[in-house]
Design a protein around this ligand. Structure first.
Ligand SMILES: Nc1ncnc2c1ncn2[C@@H]1O[C@H](COP(=O)(O)OP(=O)(O)OP(=O)(O)O)[C@@H](O)[C@H]1O
Ligand SMILES: [Mg+2]
Length: 387
């Protein structure tokens, strides 16, 4: 399997076997984040949860956003839909949504960052242009209403249809997400469903208005491995059939290998590397990306070999390191440079970018100069488990 091979070969294999990513290659950009900053103003200080993020989500393709806990994945996603709760708010940047225009029409570009949170305009975007599903479906489903009634309500918010028609659509959608006997189960309550089935119901609800983008925030983390694989297959099939873009948030590089066309690696509120999935897996540039790839199990390794974890812990986002935010944990740390200069984005190709001084940006070595050894030396056993 192509994706399995990617995971198995991750961490330095030559790019010879890199296949083309599925989906529409080079699909038109549907949502574009430019310099997005979302900060939390707490009594202890300002938490720069999202600190200047640039991202592109393309029609018909899956962008996986990956990084350790607390790096700003969920807040980036919530910012897109203006769902950030106080004391947080979007303080800078643009969130450009391209509406219409897929069939050659003119279309329009809306800056979602400029819309009032809770206002009519952003509510019309939610569910209609962009839908979101979360890790734990029970936080979004009501316990006291049947699945069918909740779906009918969601469908009728955005579509001018009667109850009967909306119910028929609900049954159809439940069938699409492989709920058995949907005509009967439409009248069940969420607590009568298993975790995997509840997540399918959430996906069906998200699809009810045919969104151009589905944001899935760790939608399979709470599920067992088999159910997790089934949900990922389901999302891929629905994407093929409906042509929607998916922003898939995960901390698991194995999941990225299964799902992604494009990848953005986040660390402490910044995208440190992004590019097509095969480039990221076969030719990772940022030492953080390399470290994440080192932490996935590989086929063919001796069973008792320990997996590497990334040394150290993510610093407190209210107390960010100077210079490159990753320098405190980086195997390729260059004193006097990495702790002094914030790495600017360096373009490595049309859709490929890295923020790391190894590739230039402060008058240091030219782009592409370091080889794999100097860029990220193999961590020693001592350095790979602890501070
Ligand atoms: N209500 C809040 N008040 C203060 N800080 C917050 C609040 N919500 C989130 N943050 C901060 O924003 C940062 C990013 O959080 P976010 O939830 O986006 O992380 P994440 O990458 O989704 O992590 P995880 O993998 O654990 O879901 C975190 O460091 C967190 O401390
Ligand atoms: Mg999260």
């Amino acid at each position: 399997m192509r994706a399995g091979e990617r995971a198995a070969e991750a961490g330095g294999a030559p790019a010879a076997q890199a296949g083309g990513a599925p989906g529409a290659p080079g699909g038109e950009v549907l949502v574009e984040l430019r310099g997005l900053k979302t900060h939390f103003f707490t009594d202890e200080g300002t938490v720069r949860a999202v600190d200047g993020v640039d991202l592109e989500i393309r029609r018909g393709r899956t962008l996986c956003v990956v990084g350790e806990s607390g790096c700003g994945k969920s807040i980036t996603a919530r910012s897109i839909l203006q769902l950030v709760e106080a004391p947080g708010r979007v303080v800078d940047g643009r969130i450009l949504l391209r509406r219409g225009g897929a069939d050659g029409g003119p279309g329009e570009v809306v800056d979602l960052a400029g819309l009032k949170p809770g206002g009519k305009e952003i509510r019309s975007v939610r569910g209609k242009d962009i839908a979101m599903i979360f890790q734990e479906p029970m936080t979004s489903l009501s316990l006291v209403h049947t699945v069918g009634n909740q779906m009918v309500e969601a469908i009728r918010v955005h579509n001018d249809v009667g109850k009967r028609e909306a119910r028929e659509r609900a049954v159809e959608l439940l069938g699409m997400v492989n709920i058995p006997n949907p005509g009967r189960l439409v009248d069940s309550y969420p607590f009568q469903f298993s975790g995997g089935m509840r997540q399918r119901v959430m996906i069906a609800m998200a699809l009810s208005c045919d969104p151009g983008l589905l944001i899935a925030d760790e939608p399979t983390t709470a599920l067992d491995v088999t159910t997790q694989a089934q949900i990922m297959e389901l999302l891929k099939r629905l994407q093929r059939e409906l042509g929607m873009a998916i922003m898939f948030i995960t901390h698991d590089m194995g999941v990225v290998a299964e799902m992604a066309d494009d990848v953005a690696i986040m660390y402490l509120g910044k995208v440190v590397e992004k590019g097509p999935v095969d480039d990221i897996f076969h030719d990772p540039k940022h030492p953080y990306t390399r470290a994440l790839l080192e932490s996935i199990p590989k086929i063919g390794h001796r069973r008792r070999e320990r997996l590497r974890s990334i040394k150290g812990i993510v610093p407190d986002p209210a107390n960010r390191p100077a210079g490159c935010v990753f320098h405190t944990r980086c195997d390729a740390f260059m004193p006097g440079r990495c702790d002094a200069t914030v790495p600017p984005p360096v373009a490595l190709g049309p859709d490929r970018q890295v923020r790391c001084l190894l590739y230039g940006g402060d008058g240091g070595p030219a782009p592409g100069a370091p080889d794999a050894q100097t860029a990220a030396p193999e961590p020693t056993p001592e350095s790979s488990h602890g501070d």
